[in-house]
Ligand binder design. Structure first.
Ligand SMILES: C[S@@+](CC[C@H](N)C(=O)[O-])C[C@H]1O[C@@H](n2cnc3c(N)ncnc32)[C@H](O)[C@@H]1O
Length: 224
């Protein structure tokens, strides 16, 4: 091992960094995964990405990342940890129509849109910067989740997360079964697929203040 490499112990310890999922929630999530999982998707890259890759060597880990800086930083971590079964995709946040849903969320490359997902960990985008974006992750990836897929949302203590879950349960009534919940983590199993789609005006509305602020800023800079 060279000085640059990261040990498994360091990888696990770093899960308790303030911005990361935490060792406890990580292990609760992974305990729910069977040894048959092949494709794990993750929203929000970090130490969870390398830990998943190391703990599930027969799986492909696909991580969606909104920030170019952290895409590069976390890709470097992957290289240092020498795992080969994870990819971090830089997916800038933009407003899009996805599976009939208008939302501001990750812009996912077309090559990922056919992958069948066995497990999904939603720990991004950054809620403060992109309100509603975590909620939207489920809407556009839900059709790709297999029946039986495990879907987890971190930071369940936040009001925004609780609201997102309420809407998921309304939207995907009879398709989602809650299998775990604590103060900070909630886990569902996809138990059926009804193949609905729809429009979610509230997801556009949450982006309005920011859009208006940007417009005003542009207008003021033109007036100078
Ligand atoms: C909640 S974190 C995701 C953490 C990741 N799932 C984990 O548990 O390691 C959400 C966002 O924080 C940012 N992030 C990633 N690595 C970071 C780091 N080392 N320091 C600060 N922020 C980071 C990324 O933009 C990421 O999408």
């Amino acid at each position: 091992m060279t000085d640059q490499e990261i040990t498994k112990q360091e990888m696990t310890q770093n899960l308790d960094a303030p911005w990361a999922i935490g060792k406890e929630n990580y292990s609760i999530f992974t305990m729910h995964l069977s040894n048959k999982v092949k494709n794990i998707f993750e929203a929000g890259s970090g130490y969870s990405t390398i830990n998943l890759a190391a703990d599930f060597p027969n799986c492909q880990i696909t991580s969606l990342e909104e920030s170019l800086e952290y895409t590069n930083k976390n890709r470097n971590l992957l290289t240092k940890s020498e795992v080969k079964n994870a990819n971090i995709y830089y997916c800038p946040i933009s407003v899009q129509l996805l599976n009939g849903v208008w939302a501001r969320t990750y812009k996912v490359p077309d090559e990922l849109k056919r992958t069948e997902i066995d497990a999904l960990l939603i720990d991004g985008p950054t809620e403060r910067r992109y309100p509603g974006a975590r909620e939207a992750v489920l809407y556009f990836l839900f059709p790709q989740c297999k029946v039986g897929a495990i879907i987890a949302l971190d930071d369940f203590h936040r009001q925004t997360a609780k609201l997102a879950v309420k809407r998921w349960q309304t939207r995907h009534k009879d398709e989602l079964k809650q299998v775990f919940s604590s103060n900070t983590l909630v886990i569902f199993e996809k138990v059926a697929s009804k193949g609905k789609s729809g429009i979610y005006p509230h997801l556009i509305l949450v982006t309005l203040p920011k859009q208006l602020k940007n417009l005003l800023r542009k207008f003021l800079s033109l007036m100078k």
